[in-house]
Design a protein around this ligand. Structure first.
Ligand SMILES: *Cc1c(COP(=O)(O)O)cnc(C)c1O
Length: 396
């Protein structure tokens, strides 16, 4: 077993592009909120594949849907009709309260689509996005992403992009004018440090957009599908986006992304956009199963994440020492702990103790447990976080 692990690590080092910092865990399988490595050790998974597996690993409804559709038809471009896709599009629009959907394969691709659609529908060039926002790595998505470290090596990016402070209305109001096609916001900033929109902010942003004739684009790539304790985070505030970008947990781990258009927007002219794999029946079958689980089979999962998430936040706020921790933030099962120092040593210490977690920037510890995690595993993970962060800062 140990030999296999050495070989795999070397193979990855030799042949993979190098853009990912690799962790020394060779994952061979997963069930629910547990991952198993090649040495047979199990971990509590608070990564959920970067938020792409909200229903956990090996969920029987997802596995069955994928197997059945794969045996029937794997690929079918959107130029042909397909029942699985048709049912999925209808179910997704109903779930999100939107009118139409363009299907693609990733979050960045959903953002690219939304940027094009916003320009097309308004005839205006400019996009306003938020400081600390993250929207993906392709050129358009990178242009609206704020973090200079992601952007700087790839300049020049798209023109006509303006970044304003998140959770602040005056700078946004000042930046809005007749050239602004859209305002693009994450309801809870993920990669930027797990920063929730303040109460009322999204509604005010919506009102400002409407008054200016600009579209509101919500990026719910990470916050969607139950992550924040709502099917979609904007539903907490009763906000109606004009365009809604989704991906990550849409198909619980298969590549699937979407741009949804509000009722009354579109249809778009034929030929203005497209994707070879977009709307493929296997991803759509998995997407249908995700909605079925969240809405019919296990409808309590989302409210449970909301309640348990609140309990976890309260517990961490009470028990984490202010000597190592600056702030605890989050919504539902999207939990961030801002440290006074770097997060990397804490992540390593957690992994050593059998808990896998994520960073969000250099100083924020991010926990994205699957919605299906048992209470026992959840509180074990939280106790481990406490243990790791209660050590004197010098020992980390
Ligand atoms: C992950 C993420 C993206 C990019 O998604 P990819 O599928 O990696 O391209 C975009 N927006 C947000 C909010 C994300 O969290």
């Amino acid at each position: 077993m140990l030999d296999t692990q050495v070989d795999i690590a070397e193979l990855e080092r030799a042949f993979s592009s190098g853009v990912y910092t690799k962790r020394d865990v060779q994952v061979v399988g997963g069930q629910g909120a547990r991952l198993t490595d090649a040495a047979g050790r199990t971990y509590i998974d608070c990564v959920s594949g970067h938020g792409a597996t909200n229903l956990g690993h090996g969920h029987p409804a997802i596995v069955k849907a994928i197997q059945q559709q794969a045996a029937t038809l794997i690929h079918c471009p959107e130029m042909f009709l397909n029942a699985t896709r048709a049912h999925y599009q209808a179910a997704l629009c109903a779930a999100a309260g939107m009118g139409r959907v363009f299907l693609c394969n990733s979050g960045a691709e959903a953002i690219e689509g939304a940027l094009k659609i916003a320009r097309l529908l308004t005839g205006r060039p400019r996009i306003i996005a938020a400081m600390r926002g993250f929207h993906g790595r392709t050129f358009g998505a990178l242009s609206v992403t704020w973090q200079p470290a992601y952007r700087d090596p790839f300049e020049p990016l798209l023109p006509e992009i303006v970044h304003v402070p998140f959770n602040a209305l005056e700078p946004l109001a000042a930046a809005l004018n007749g050239t602004v096609a859209a305002v693009l916001i994450e309801p809870v900033q993920g990669e930027g440090g797990v920063i929730p929109a303040q109460d009322g902010y999204l509604r005010e942003v919506q009102a400002l957009c409407r008054a200016n004739g600009s579209l509101l684009i919500l990026d719910e790539v990470q916050t969607g599908f139950g992550r924040t304790g709502w099917l979609f985070a904007h539903q907490r505030e009763g906000v109606q986006p004009d365009l809604l970008c989704l991906a990550k947990s849409m198909a619980n781990g298969l590549p699937l992304g979407a741009v949804l258009l509000a009722e009354g927007l579109g249809p778009l002219p034929p030929g203005v956009h497209g994707s070879t794999f977009g709307g493929n029946p296997v991803a759509c079958a998995a997407g249908l199963a995700v909605l079925d689980v969240l809405q019919s089979q296990q409808p309590d999962l989302i409210a449970r994440a909301r309640a348990l998430g609140e309990a976890v936040l309260a517990h961490l706020r009470e028990h984490l020492p202010s000597t190592t921790v600056r702030e605890v933030r989050g919504q539902g099962f999207m939990i961030g702990v801002e440290l006074r120092g770097k997060v990397a040593p804490a992540l390593a210490a957690l992994q050593e103790r059998g808990v896998l977690a994520l960073p969000a920037g250099r100083t924020v510890l991010r926990l994205l447990p699957p919605l299906v995690i048992s209470e026992e595993d959840l509180w074990t993970a939280i106790a481990t976080v406490e243990e790791v962060l209660s050590d004197a800062p010098g020992s980390l």
